[in-house]
Design a protein around this ligand. Structure first.
Ligand SMILES: [Zn+2]
Length: 329
């Protein structure tokens, strides 16, 4: 394990949007490459936004600067290398074929570009990674059906999951049954954002209609005791992103965040960075926050990493080798 120091907490990430993972330095160099003015979204080397609408503008502005196979290869290699150097052994990233179409490249070029960067990162830093194809909720059921159909017809060994991101306050999980069925039939594992901007009912409906293995965020389950018990009983893993929740104002402080309460209730929780540079965080920072804000010990942090690996959308052989790797760090 050339890049991982003995003693560092081994980490894994299940919830990160690849376009949202481009750091300001990389976005700045892409802006120079395409001669685009980014002064409205980056000031003094950091993304600037002050509300959800501005955040989305910032996200789309950065995403629009990745326009080719090589741009996406650079993006995934840069992100995964940074993770690996901070002790991460496994990463799943959300990809959006709709985003690719918006910047004018084919789905194939987009996925192959990201995959090339993932292979490079694995070769150089021994980090394993996979992609989760997603539809955009606010674009409606067609976006989800389109994304699922594309992946079902064009399977890729590194695309192992299917999910849905975007504006949670639009549509109901029920509207997306068809798209998720297409993905499930194609053999993809399922996750979906829920219980972030909308309360426990969005998680209940997601469980009922989309039948996910995991839930993106899901923290607002805490508002319904029965749902908390159900999540624990069914071993539905939550992809928690505390730094993102605080940055977006879901909870005023880390003391108000339900991560510890969910964990104490037996819910399987993991730590993730969501759109790291936009929320001034990183996976390593989320682990640090869990240690200092939530009081978790090193062993408890390692258990969280094991939870993530056990819930990872990988084959058994890869899972076993990742679990062994944790024991050897
Ligand atoms: Zn997310």
């Amino acid at each position: 394990m050339e890049n991982i120091d003995k003693g560092i907490v081994p980490k894994a990430e299940l919830h990160c949007h690849i376009e949202g993972a481009a750091n300001p330095q990389l976005v700045t160099s892409q802006a120079l490459k395409y001669d685009v003015d980014i002064s409205k979204i980056i000031h003094n080397g950091a993304f600037v936004w002050s509300n959800f609408a501005e955040f989305l503008k910032c996200y789309d502005g950065a995403a629009s600067l990745f326009r080719s196979h090589d741009d996406y290869a650079l993006l995934s290699e840069t992100y995964l290398s940074e993770l690996a150097l901070n002790g991460c052994i496994y990463s799943e990233v959300f990809i959006s074929t709709d985003h690719a179409r918006m910047v004018g490249i084919s789905e194939e070029e987009y996925i192959e570009g990201l995959a090339a960067g993932m292979r490079q990162a694995k070769q150089k830093h021994d980090i394993e990674s996979r992609m989760i194809a997603t539809g955009l909720r606010h674009e409606g059921p067609e976006s989800v059906i389109r994304a699922a159909t594309y992946i079902a017809n064009n399977p890729h060994p590194l695309v192992t999951g299917f999910g849905m991101g975007g504006e949670e306050r639009m549509y109901s999980p029920r509207d997306f049954i068809e798209g998720f069925e297409i993905a499930r039939e194609a053999g993809l594992a399922i996750t979906s954002h829920a219980g972030e901007l909308v309360g426990p009912e969005s998680i209940q409906d997601t469980l009922k209609y989309l039948k996910p293995h995991r839930i993106g965020h899901g923290v607002r389950a805490i508002e319904d005791n029965k749902l908390v018990s159900e999540l624990a009983e069914k071993e539905i893993v939550l992809e928690c992103c505390p730094g993102s929740n605080i940055a977006l104002g879901l909870y005023p402080t880390f003391r108000d965040h339900p991560f510890v309460a969910l964990r104490d209730s037996g819910v399987l929780v993991t730590l993730n960075s969501d759109d790291p540079p936009h929320f001034d965080t990183s996976l390593a920072n989320e682990y640090r926050l869990a240690e200092f804000e939530f009081g978790l010990s090193r062993n408890e942090l390692v258990e969280i990493t094991k939870t993530a690996i056990n819930a990872a959308f990988v084959d058994q052989k890869t899972r076993i080798s990742l679990l062994e790797k944790i024991e050897n760090i």
